[in-house]
Design a binder for this molecule. Sequence first.
Ligand code: PHB
Length: 418
Amino acid sequence: MLFPPAIRAAIATVGLVGLAGLSGLLACDKKPADSAGNKPAAQTADKPAGDAKTIKIGLIGPFSGPFADIGKQIQYGVKAYLKEHGDTVAGKQIEVLVRDTTGPVPEVAKRLAQELVVRDKVDFLAGFGLTPEALAVAPVATESKTPMIIMNAATSIITTKSPYIVRFSMTLAQVASPMGDWANKNGIHKVATLVADYGPGIDAEAAFTKTFTAGGGQILESIRVPLKNPEFSSFIQRIKDAKPDAVFVFVPAGEQCIAFMKSFHERGLAEAGIKIIATGDLTDDHTLPMIGDPALGIVTTFHYSVAHDSPENKAFLKAYADANGSEGGQANFMSVAAYDGMAAIFEVERKLNGTMDVDKALEILKHFTATSPRGPIEIDPETRNVVQTVYVRRVDKVNGELRNVELSQFDHVKDPAK
Ligand code: PHB
């Protein structure tokens, strides 16, 4: 089962405890600047990181509620990095403060971020599974001058909301636009799109539609479904009635993908000859075993697959299993982005010798490059988004297990929305 109730309840309790005393903290945040013009924020340009002995990372995300898997995948990726590389850097202890938004709840994400910078004096804000929560925290990062490491939230506009934001995950525009090209060249002429009705879904719809129609493809229906508790069956009937060659899908990875696939099959769309094409959120490696064989043959474009054959991916998957055991299930793109985000934080601290000069930290983050478990990555210093390979993959069985098998690739893909 995805989210055992006992675990949900336990995490929710931790989240509530974390909220205690917030009103005092918010009052503190509103204090005017002192005579030297210093705001009562957590960070000045060159304060020592954390305290004398620690580097503190505030990890914000949904760890309970319908998107709990997103927060957990991010946390599992953080743990994998610390397992493999140790929990000290430049002589400092890494301390991760986990805060549950119960999301998507932007106001809670913002309050938790304020608490982390004002009271806990974190050196980095990190995590951010859901776009509305990342957007809500952006002003806190700006006001407190705290680097904000995005480990999932994937709407293009996010990095424009604060100069302190650096994204290690992806954007939906980045992974959806190659699918428009691929579909054109692979006998798909008429498509219905179905996306979650919020930032990443709207970006996915726009990016796919742009490349697909530029190559001669035709969009028959553009359907947007609610982010919370979508009831797919009537939307799926609309797709069936439109008789497209394929449906292009983006819904947030996790439970909704299982629900979409169930409804697609119940309404007989596969039998009607309608294909599914999607961003890899739909067939993410963590959820794929729960979708099962109905996923076979689905083609997606995405930046990470557990089937990616490289020494870096093998090392990551081993660290993930060692750190998280059976509780972690299968790693996915969110845990990889978290792992790479941690690598960037370690690089900052190594280069700054365990101190925190925010401007220098930003420069290091903006020029970060690595051979990630997903392949080569670099941060585009202009936009602070990750540049990476986008793979075309097809769900297949490998040694009896469902895998997103890489077929071809688009190299060095930037966020096309910028
Ligand atoms: C987001 O809210 O930005 C988001 C959530 C889940 C995904 C992708 C993007 O799978």
